[in-house]
Design a protein around this ligand. Structure first.
Ligand code: FAD
Ligand code: UQ1
Length: 415
């Protein structure tokens, strides 16, 4: 049986950041990362891949190149957790013991919860999804083949990662249709399970203006439940109790971008680490597990009530670094996460609204300018600056969110 001082489960954004913060400090053989995938993806780039601005290769690096050399990479899937015995068992039956555990397994995509999926993706080239490496490269091809009819963009009835992504690709598509001269033959529609376009009012108001200007139709409380690629039909369930709850509606699609229902990973849901929602049950401020004090969680797999993004991980990783270190020294965790998260809401091939906010949904903007308007500068931030920040600084453990730059830039200014 192998044993580590720190075991990290999941080597995506959160797991890799934490490995890079602790492995050099604790030394060789002390830290292990359980991660089944050979490839690490910068998922925020997939919106741009779907829009034809970047390639899938641009968004990837070999896992071995992003993990620190001092850590052991266990190329397996975690299969079960026993936090009372401080062990994790992997798919091949190995039991690994830990002193401290960080869970960073991300969120699970459940395409199969929609009838007809995932098979329909193989049958119909006009069905796409930026959320998966299997389908993201279909998106731009389909946008270039689209001729006429309904272009539908969906938002599921579950928590998801990057709540802006389902509509960002819609704005790129709408502009691409205009560039290609097919816009007047297209009906662009956003069918969302939610009752609002975005959770923070300031940015929701800005997006509704964009939607009006671009002649996009928004249908609220509509949840995709079935796809029939042969007939090019999409079936939506009505979630609105005032207009026939549960009734279904069949809509013809020419093109459809699907954001799948998501959940905590099954392995976690069947473990003692989660709350009734299935997500890892941590203190939202300290990120320490509420029951097991030697366990922490970071990112999309936790029940921290903020929007699930890589930007949120930038806000969480410094808190986790400090608090885990305190606990390792026998002290209490003191640093508190404020819920910082961000969503660069791409609204076209040269524009972006950079939403940034905290737990309360109050805007927490880095730049001393109003970020609630479409800006070309923010598009370049998203396209050119953020990827560099991700690979060079965040993953390596050198970027702990924009708290300090925000304070500096706001010195002497309002806020
Ligand atoms: P991930 O980075 O998803 O990592 C989870 C890891 O756990 C994976 O490597 C996986 O292989 C591993 N894993 C899963 N199961 C197991 C197991 N059983 N055992 C071991 N390992 C396992 N964020 C932004 O900040 N800005 C954006 O603009 C943005 N846009 C996005 C657009 C799209 C289309 C998508 C899909 C995401 C976007 N995000 C964005 C969200 C961002 O990518 C995620 O929030 C972030 O990657 C979460 O990090 P994580 O470490 O929690 O999970
Ligand atoms: C961020 O730090 C981050 O992680 C690198 C992102 O992930 C892609 C983001 O989208 C954003 C917006 C931030 C925040 C950084 C700044 C400079 C506002």
């Amino acid at each position: 049986q192998k044993s580590y001082e720190l075991l990290i489960v999941g080597g995506g954004t959160g797991g890799t950041v934490i490995a890079n913060k602790f492995a050099p400090k604790l030394g060789s053989g002390k830290v292990a990362v359980i991660e089944p995938s050979d490839t690490h993806y910068y998922q925020p780039m997939w919106t741009l891949v779907g829009g034809g601005i970047k390639t899938l290769e641009d968004s990837s690096r070999p896992t071995k190149n992003v993990l620190p050399k001092q850590c052991d990479w266990i190329k397996q899937k975690a299969a079960s957790f026993d936090p009372h015995k401080c062990t994790v068992t992997t798919d091949n039956g190995d039991e690994i013991k830990y002193q401290y555990l960080v869970v960073a397994m991300g969120i699970q995509l459940n395409y199969n919860k929609i009838k007809g999926l995932p098979e329909a993706f193989d049958e119909d080239p006009m069905l796409t999804s930026n959320y998966s490496t299997d389908y993201v490269t279909k998106t731009y091809k389909a946008l270039n083949e689209f001729q006429a009819g309904n272009a539908i963009f969906t938002f599921p009835n579950t928590p998801i990662k990057c709540a802006g992504a389902p509509q960002k690709i819609m704005y790129l598509a709408e502009e691409r249709f205009r560039q290609r001269g097919v816009r007047d033959k297209a009906t662009v529609m956003f069918n969302t399970s939610l009752g609002v376009i975005f959770g923070v009012k300031k940015y929701a108001d800005a997006l509704l203006k964009v939607i009006e200007k671009r002649d996009i139709k928004v249908n609220y409380k509509k949840n995709l439940i079935e796809v029939r690629p042969g007939k090019k039909e999409a079936v939506f369930e009505n979630l609105d109790s005032t207009t026939g709850l549960g009734e279904t509606q069949t809509v013809q699609y020419s093109f459809m971008h699907i954001t799948p229902p998501m959940s905590a990973p099954d392995v976690l849901r069947n473990s003692p680490l989660v709350d009734q929602s299935g997500f890892v049950n941590v203190n939202k401020n300290t990120l320490q597990h509420v029951e097991f004090s030697n366990v922490f969680g970071i990112g999309d797999c936790t029940n921290v009530p903020t929007s699930k993004t890589a930007a949120a991980i930038s806000g969480q990783c410094g808190v986790l670094r400090k608090n885990l270190w305190e606990v390792m020294q026998g002290r209490e965790p003191e640093k508190e996460y404020n819920g910082y998260t961000s969503c660069p809401l791409i609204t076209g091939y040269k524009s972006c609204i950079l939403a940034e906010f905290d737990f309360a949904g109050n805007p927490l903007e880095t730049f001393p300018i109003n970020q609630g308007v479409e800006r070309r500068s923010m598009f370049h931030m998203k396209k050119d600056v953020m990827p560099q920040m991700y690979w060079k600084f965040l993953l390596n453990g050198y970027w702990e969110g924009p708290d300090i730059p925000r304070k500096i830039m706001h010195l002497g200014l309002s806020q």
